[in-house]
Design a protein. Structure first.
Length: 278
């Protein structure tokens, strides 16, 4: 049995995000699996989601708000089955193609699997081998939980040192995870870096194209998936990379995997801290 796990704390993401991710995984993963949400609030989780209480690691509130540190609770012994191949997905990723390859790769070569952090857009003009390696990007991780006890101990027994040294959990992982293997670069795309154009090109070519070959599209930072779903004429994004109104393929995805969503549920009631999707 395989495990797919996500995390949710401080209600930074509505429970509907868990529903969408669970349904998208079920439609795009052929092997038997269970879908787990490690959370501090199981309310609102739907059928098919196994809610597991997030262990209280004593992380100060300010570091729960910023830095994604509670995510590391999935590495704590006993939280997840020790010997099951485990795929962690951030709640703000979009499943674009079949996911079986992630588990095939993890089973073929154990260790700690992660995204390689993307370089800003202009680096796409340079071959991948020549781009600076910025370390782990924490949106998609693969591991066997029983092999990560030491990594968890390094964080849990030295939390304040970690907070002082690292801005984000993924910076800690970059510095401390061992036997790191990057997922194939073509398997993922960043919505922010690969789908959006800088101003003023975004005004000349406003259509946001879906990355056809990526298995997963990662939304990190601004915008979030739900920001580009509602109908209407509104602006989303950052000062230099922005768009207006819904992105059709994201809207179609959201409505397909959350049939209960209605136009009035813009979900902006959930304020995602700036570092939560960095």
């Amino acid at each position: 049995m395989a495990t797919v796990v996500c995390t949710r704390w401080l209600d930074a993401f509505p429970a509907s995000y868990v529903t969408v991710l669970r349904n998208a995984v079920a439609a795009n993963l052929n092997r038997p699996h269970r879908f787990v949400c490690v959370t501090d609030n199981v309310a609102g989780l739907t059928d098919g989601v196994e809610g597991i209480q997030m262990p209280d690691l004593g992380i100060p509130f300010e570091h729960q708000e910023k830095g994604c540190w509670p995510k590391l609770s999935i590495l704590a012994p006993g939280v997840l089955p020790a010997d099951e191949p485990t795929l962690y997905l951030d709640l703000d990723v979009m499943i674009n193609q079949n996911l079986d390859g992630f588990f095939d790769r993890l089973e073929a070569k154990r260790g700690f699997h992660a995204l390689r952090e993307w370089n800003p857009t202009l680096w796409s003009l340079v071959p991948l081998a020549m781009r600076p390696d910025r370390g782990v990007q924490g949106s998609i991780l693969g591991f066997y939980p029983g092999e990560q006890a030491e990594l968890f101990r390094q964080f849990n027994e030295h939390q304040q040192e970690c907070f002082d040294r690292f801005q984000l959990d993924q910076d800690f992982l970059t510095d401390n995870a061992t036997d790191v293997n990057y997922w194939p670069f073509a398997w993922t795309s960043s919505f922010k870096w690969h789908c959006l154009k800088y101003y003023p090109l975004n005004q000349i070519f406003p259509k946001v194209k879906r990355p056809a070959k990526a298995k997963v599209v990662v939304f990190h930072g601004d915008p979030r998936p739900i920001d580009v779903v509602p109908e209407g004429d509104y602006r989303w994004g950052t000062r230099r990379k922005f768009g207006h109104g819904p992105v059709d393929w994201v809207r179609d995805y959201w409505l397909r995997y959350d049939s209960s969503w209605t136009e009035g549920e813009t979900e902006l009631e959930a304020c995602v801290p700036s570092m939560m999707a960095a």
